[in-house]
Design a protein around this ligand. Structure first.
Ligand SMILES: *[C@@H]1O[C@H](CO)[C@@H](O)[C@H](O)[C@H]1NC(C)=O
Ligand SMILES: *[C@@H]1O[C@H](CO)[C@@H](O)[C@H](O)[C@H]1NC(C)=O
Ligand SMILES: *[C@@H]1O[C@H](CO)[C@@H](O)[C@H](O)[C@H]1NC(C)=O
Ligand SMILES: [Zn+2]
Length: 273
C-alpha cells in the first residue's frame, strides 16, 4: 500500500500531461497518504467488506444497527432543542486528503457535547450521493463530522446537501472544495483555505436534528455510533456538486435494514441456502 501510494502521483502526473497538456496540471500536491483497501466498486464494495477482513469487519455483515438507514421522519427520535453543542473554531490551511474511499479534512480542533457525552472532533469527510435517505429520498451529497472521546465513544454530526435553485452555496464548503482538483488522485493531500464554521453551527442549532444510534458506514462498521443529522439540507450549487462528484465519484454504502432488524446480508445469504 505504501509503495503504491508513493508511485500513484508520479503516474498521474505523467498521464495528466499526456492527456491534457501542462497548463491543466493540478498544483503539485503537498504529499501523500495511505489509501483505504475498501471502496465502492466490484469486490472492494460494501457487499464484500466482510470478505475483505472477516475478523475486523464482521459487524458489516452481521450488525443489526447498521448505518446508513432510511430515516422515517414520523418514527425517528429528534434531539431536544439545545441538547447538542457543536463547536468548531475557525481554522486555516487544514490537511485535505483523498483516501481513495473518500475525501477527508483532518481537523481535530472542535468539540461536541450532548446529553450523553462529550467528544472531540477527529475529522470530517464527504459522500456522493448521500448515504442517509429521508422518507426514501436521497440527496446529492452528505457531510460527516466524526467525533470521538477517550472512552472510545463515537458520534457523527451529519448534513445532507440539496441543489439550490438560486445557485446558492455554503461558503464553508466552497473554501473546503476550492482546491479539490489538486487531489483528484487517491493518496494525495492538499490544504484547505480559511474555514469558518459559524454559519454551520448556526444551521445545526436553528433546525431540528434527527437522532439515532447506528454504526460507522465504512469498515469496520462498528456500532454504538450516535448519529445527529440536521433536518434541513444545506444548499449547494450545481458547479460545486459536479466538481466534487468528478473527484469523489461514488462512495455511498447502500441503505441498511431498519434499526434492530437482521442484517440484510445475513437475510440474503440465508435465502440462498
Ligand atoms: C477496490 O478494492 C479492491 C479490494 O481492495 C481492489 O482490488 C480494487 O483494485 C479497488 N478498486 C479501485 C478502483 O480502487
Ligand atoms: C487548535 O487549537 C490550538 C489551541 O487553541 C491552537 O493553538 C491551534 O492553532 C489550533 N489549530 C488549528 C488548526 O486551528
Ligand atoms: C442512544 O444511546 C444512548 C446511550 O446508550 C442513549 O442514552 C440514547 O437514548 C440512545 N438514543 C436513541 C435515540 O436511542
Ligand atoms: Zn461518512
Amino acid at each position: 500500500m505504501k509503495v503504491a501510494a508513493a508511485i500513484l502521483p508520479l503516474l498521474t502526473a505523467v498521464s495528466a500531461s499526456c492527456l491534457h497538456g501542462t497548463s491543466l496540471l493540478p498544483r503539485s500536491a503537498d504529499g501523500t497518504v495511505d489509501i483505504n483497501s475498501f471502496n465502492y466498486t466490484n469486490l472492494g464494495g460494501p457487499l464484500n467488506w466482510y470478505g475483505l477482513n472477516k475478523e475486523k469487519n464482521s459487524a458489516c455483515s452481521t450488525g443489526k444497527r447498521q448505518s446508513p438507514i432510511n430515516i422515517v421522519t414520523e418514527d425517528i427520535d429528534y434531539a431536544a432543542a439545545n441538547s447538542v453543542q457543536f463547536n468548531i473554531p475557525n481554522a486555516d490551511d487544514i490537511k485535505f486528503e483523498n483516501l481513495g474511499s473518500g475525501l477527508e479534512v483532518v481537523l481535530t480542533n472542535g468539540s461536541l457535547v450532548t446529553k450523553a457525552a462529550s467528544y472531540k472532533l477527529a475529522q470530517f469527510h464527504f459522500h456522493t450521493p448521500s448515504e442517509h435517505r429521508i422518507n426514501d429520498e436521497y440527496y446529492p451529497m452528505e457531510a460527516h463530522f466524526v467525533f470521538e472521546n477517550t472512552a472510545g465513544a463515537i458520534a457523527v454530526v451529519a448534513f445532507v446537501f440539496e441543489l439550490s435553485q438560486f445557485g446558492y452555496s455554503t461558503p464553508l464548503f466552497d473554501s473546503v472544495f476550492a482546491h479539490i482538483d489538486d487531489i483528484a488522485t487517491p493518496s494525495i493531500y492538499t490544504k484547505t483555505g480559511h474555514l469558518d464554521f459559524t454559519a454551520l453551527s448556526r444551521h445545526l442549532k436553528t433546525h431540528g436534528i434527527y437522532q439515532y444510534n447506528g454504526s460507522l458506514t465504512t469498515p469496520p462498521c462498528s456500532e454504538s455510533v450516535a448519529w445527529y443529522l440536521s433536518t434541513e439540507p444545506l444548499p449547494l450549487n450545481v458547479q460545486r456538486v459536479n466538481a466534487v462528484k468528478h473527484v469523489l465519484k461514488f462512495n455511498a454504502r447502500y441503505t441498511q435494514n431498519a434499526l434492530g432488524q437482521d442484517n440484510l446480508l445475513e437475510v440474503a445469504a440465508a435465502e440462498l441456502n
